[in-house]
Design a protein around this ligand. Structure first.
Ligand SMILES: O=P(O)(O)OC[C@@H](O)[C@@H](O)c1c[nH]c2ccccc12
Length: 256
């Protein structure tokens, strides 16, 4: 599946055009998450996605601006916006609209494989981008991260397995490491993955646990495993009252 997504991305990049630059104020993802980890025990990146390859349509008629404002009002420390069109029904317009509407940092979630997407991310006002270790060779990932930093973007580097993490750490030491709890072959999620990888993460890196977090027990488990932040999509995108759900989820960090 990941291969299919990346092939389609490369195909679409043949028609790439740079958007005009948004005049927006930058906000640091890392600072926001570190602040929240101290205050609440864990930081939260709340995600906006209409659909996903594993679950199909989650929220087709989603009003992304209204949802982003509700996330912010509920206490989300940052917002992630899926900008992939073919598989997640998102677009850079979603990110532009969200960034204009909130004052928490905004993460661009996409399949970044080409340096032009980095300049694009900076122009649309993203504060940070996701770089996925399973689609970029370690050296390439390092180059892309450095290019991103040079244009003022922060990076969240996502790994799925211990092997991937160790190969990456041999060449590059990211300060924000996302552990994806989703097995990309089966799509199954297991929050235990965060625990399985946390010992291999350098102590000065910040762990963001991603995927499959649905309730306060899941939050407690990833917090105990050493995650300083979590990325939650599905659970929040279809929630009737995210302003109430977000504080309830965060309380999980104080359990057990
Ligand atoms: O909806 P969930 O299970 O809460 O997961 C959110 C997020 O982790 C997931 O959307 C994600 C993690 N890594 C990605 C890479 C690309 C697209 C999406 C993702």
């Amino acid at each position: 599946m990941l291969e299919k997504i990346v092939d389609r991305k490369k195909e679409d990049l043949k028609f790439f055009q740079l958007p005009r630059r948004e005049e927006v104020k930058p906000h640091s993802l890392k600072q926001a998450l570190a602040f929240a980890a101290n205050r609440d025990g864990i930081g939260l990146i709340a995600e906006i996605k209409r659909a996903s390859p594993s679950k199909g349509v989650l929220a087709e008629d989603l009003d992304v601006v209204e949802r982003a404002k509700a996330y912010e009002a509920g206490g989300a420390d940052a917002i992630s916006v899926l900008t992939d069109g073919p598989y997640f029904q998102g677009s850079i317009m979603d990110l532009i609209a969200v960034k204009r509407a909130v004052s928490v940092p905004v993460l661009r979630k996409d399949f970044i494989v080409d340096e032009r997407q980095i300049e694009e991310s900076a122009r649309i006002g993203a504060d940070a981008i996701l770089l996925i270790a399973s689609i970029l060779e370690p050296d390439h990932l390092k180059d892309m991260a450095e290019m991103a930093h040079a244009v003022g973007l922060e990076t969240l580097v996502e790994v799925h397995t211990k092997d991937e993490l160790e190969q990456l750490l041999a060449v590059y030491d990211p300060s924000l490491i996302g552990v994806n709890n989703r097995n990309l072959k089966t799509f199954a999620t297991d929050t235990g993955q965060t625990r399985a990888l946390s010992d291999s993460v350098p102590s000065d890196s910040f762990i963001v646990s991603e995927s499959g977090i649905h309730n306060a027990e899941d939050v407690a488990s990833v917090a105990k495993a050493g995650a300083k932040a979590m990325l939650i999509g599905e659970r929040l995108v279809s929630d009737g009252d995210p302003e109430k759900t977000i504080p309830d989820l965060k309380k999980g960090a104080l359990l057990g």
